[in-house]
Design a binder for this molecule. Sequence first.
Ligand code: NAP
Length: 350
Amino acid sequence: MVKLVKIFINGFGNIGRRLATYLDLDKEIDLIGIAKYNTDVRAKEAISKGYNIYIPKNLKKSFEDKKIQYAGYIEDGVRQSDLIIDAAKEGLGYENKQKIYLPMDKKAIFQGGEKREGKFSVADMIHNSRVNYDKAKLKHYVIQGSCNVSGMGRIIEPLIENFGDSISRFDVTLIRRWADLEDSKEVKDSIEWDAHPHHQDDVKDFLPKVNLYVEAFKVPSRMMHVHQMLIRFKNRVTSKDKILEIFQKEFGVAILKSSQGTAEVRKKAMDLGFIHGDTNMVHIHENLLRIQDDTLKLVYSDDQTGMVIPENHLLIQSMVSQKTRSEALQHTDLLFDMTKRKAILQDAFK
Ligand SMILES: NC(=O)c1ccc[n+]([C@@H]2O[C@H](COP(=O)([O-])OP(=O)(O)OC[C@H]3O[C@@H](n4cnc5c(N)ncnc54)[C@H](OP(=O)(O)O)[C@@H]3O)[C@@H](O)[C@H]2O)c1
């Protein structure tokens, strides 16, 4: 009999809600509950799904006035758990760590919006299951890389494994979605850039030797990110078939032949009944894959809301269950149906 891992999810937004759906389905996990800070419709959604809600003590009256049933205060949920997944609004993880997790001596996973360096750093490593799954076994606090960072790790590591020193550099242009589908915030009609995108340093945290240069542009869309990656080799690049063969074997990487845009992929995931309309993958767009002399050009889309959910699930298995990576991948694959859904998606875009 496998011992159940007790998990508390602090935050019930785009990421927290998705994590709750999957962790609740996992027979190896006891989902203690989720934290809610606002008395909005999502509180009722959580109750209707049977989750226990934990709230901040100072908001007791607002929840009671709205007759929203709660199981206790956030500290009560944390106390009962082996590990906390902090899915807080970007930047709030540091305070949660200082005020709650550290005093209670609880392990925690933070999301990609939290700081790795400096005064407000929450952890000394960023996890990418393709690269450093085993390193997280010894840690109490780990950041799960953001969706863009997870996607880059998933593509770069297999290339390094196969071609090593014959690659001289990676140049990546991140074309980032403005907001998520469920966000109420306005999508501004502008293309904006970040002069110092965090993604480059984040990837170098787990791939320190990689010669990587990242530019990031935010575009008015809610439908996934697109990465255009130029990989320069010291000599001529191998064949297109070899590149496709490498990625066909990769967990969470689909190869789509006929896709024309991100909205089409997202809508297909919804039509196919994928949970939350997520693919939880990156999708290499084969019709844009080019080899020119010493340069391989790869374009893939990255399911912003879905990418990090199986990543968090794998990280739990490293930090608490101490499973080997292949055992963990097997379990995550079963829970998320990744292999099966990859085949369905590839067939839909053949
Ligand atoms: N959205 C994405 O595509 C994406 C992808 C990868 C990583 N991430 C990262 O995941 C994290 C969460 O992003 P999100 O998109 O899920 O944000 P979000 O939709 O804005 O949700 C944030 C949640 O934080 C809750 N909250 C408020 N104060 C809190 C506190 N002190 N402690 C804990 N939770 C608190 C909010 O509660 P109420 O619901 O009660 O207001 C809300 O549920 C960020 O670090 C982000 O960078 C996001």
